[in-house]
Design a protein around this ligand. Sequence first.
Ligand code: SF4
Length: 144
Amino acid sequence: MKTEPETLCPSAQPNWEGAQVFAVVGGTPDRPETAYLDQAQPVTDELLAMAAPVAPAEVFRFSAPCAKGACAHFDEGGQSCRLAEKTVRLAPVVFEKLPKCAIRNDCRWWKQEGVSACRRCPQVVTVNYDPSLEMRQAADPKVK
Ligand code: SF4
C-alpha cells in the first residue's frame, strides 16, 4: 500500500505499517476520553498484550502513515479525509482547550480541520462496539 509518511492517520490499526501508539482510551463506554501520551511509542507485542481480553484498538489510539486513496474514508477528488470532516461536522465538542498531543505536527485531522478536530478527537475510539449515533455516522464511509 502506498503511503504518505509525513501525514499520520490518528485512527489507525496497530498492524498498519509504521503504527505507533499515541494515546490511551479511558472514560466510560458512553463517554470515552482519550488521554494523550507525551511521546508516541512503538507498537510491541507486550503493549498489544496489555489490551487483552479486548482488541488493542479498543483501548489504545494508534497513528500510522495516511493511506490516502487506499483508505475507504479518503475523498480522492477532494484530497481529504472524510472521517475527519464528518467527525467535525457531526460529533460534539468534548474538549474546549487544545489537548496536548504528540503527533499534532503530522496529524492528518489537524492539518485538514485544525482545532475543530482536536476538540472532538478525545471521544474517538478506533474499535467501538457501541458508538454514539454521531460517531457511527462519522465512521460509516457510506454516510455522506
Ligand atoms: S486530531 Fe488533534 S488531538 Fe487528535 S490526534 Fe490529531 S492532532 Fe492529536
